[in-house]
Design a protein around this ligand. Sequence first.
Ligand SMILES: *Cc1c(COP(=O)(O)O)cnc(C)c1O
Length: 404
Amino acid sequence: MSVVSREWYEQYMMPNYAPAALVPVRGAGSRVWDQAGREYVDFAGGIAVTALGHAHPALVAALTEQAGKLWHTANVLVTEPALELARRLVEATFAEKVFFCNSGAEANEAALKLARRYACDHTGVDKDEILAFDNAFHGRTLFTVSAGGQPNYRENFGPLPGSITHLPFNDIGALEAAFSDRVCAVIVEPLQGEGGVVAADKDFLPAIRRLCDQYQALMILDEVQTGVGRTGFLYAYQAFDTVPDILTTAKGLGGGFPVAATLARTEVAESLAVGSHGSTWGGNPMGCAVANTVLGIVNTPEVLAGVGQRRARLEAGLRHIGDKHGVFAELRGMGLLIGCALNEPWQGRAREFLQASQDEGVFVLIAGASVLRLAPSLIIPQDDIDEGLERLERAVAVVCAGKA
Ligand SMILES: *Cc1c(COP(=O)(O)O)cnc(C)c1O
């Protein structure tokens, strides 16, 4: 046993999280081991981050090779891994220019600041309104949490950045009614992750695109969770046939190493002129070296097609569990971002299923109080899927038995 104690969390760390009682010490592929040597199947993926599982040999090699060469320069110097990653992202997407940072919130912060700057440069200071959606999640900086659509996340942090309007998700009528020449940007997730694993309706993103064009506003697509193959497409906008002006990417990009990016067309990117924005670690060679390797592996027909195959296997198992125990109202999401919406009797009790799953040796996530969320590695082996489903079924049985 390690001398490091889980109790140190309460003793030394700020109380903003409620981590599990176990402390993981090692991971390999889609399995994780804790301090006590217990093994878990990982259907959580560190919240859709470890896209290639734990300790993928190619990522370990990329990171250790870079670690022996050059860690950090700051942005007074540009490095080879950053140049290569920028080129890769541009070649794989609609974008022509890339800004690097370290987290999803920072990528969205840059996107929102860029949209305000762009409106100032091209129209004027009055074009400052940002349209965003209820239940959206864009990060925890003051600007991004204000754009987010979960009021409890921004309560008592005021005063908040202004001129942000929240609308119901997937409601084209409300969007049309709210639009005006004052709108500089719409920020939207193609599939709300934290907000319950709810995909945009087929015609919702095209409607945003049309209205943004009509009113000269920028469309910001937050692909922090849906990007890097998660939906079976490299980026989800490709599934919706709607090209944004700005796209943010983070979670899966470094496969577990912090690295993020804001992508845009050149004409938009020009508003981030020299000195207008920055980040000390943004584009650091370690993160970029890993991300280059992640993209090299994920952006291949085999891995992207494998996402759909794995979803099918997982979904069949989840449907079986849901039918047998009568707990799920709906399975939703795209690719390997799966939401199991609990049915009426189980509303508000997702956390009980998460806890029982941990006890049975499988990590899952929740998205709100009534949805179980799965975001496993994009290359999770079949055996791990099957073993994880067995453990999940035992967990569901335990929770159901306790109900009587
Ligand atoms: C996780 C997430 C963020 C925030 O990312 P951080 O790296 O935690 O700052 C933003 N947008 C979406 C859609 C996310 O899922």
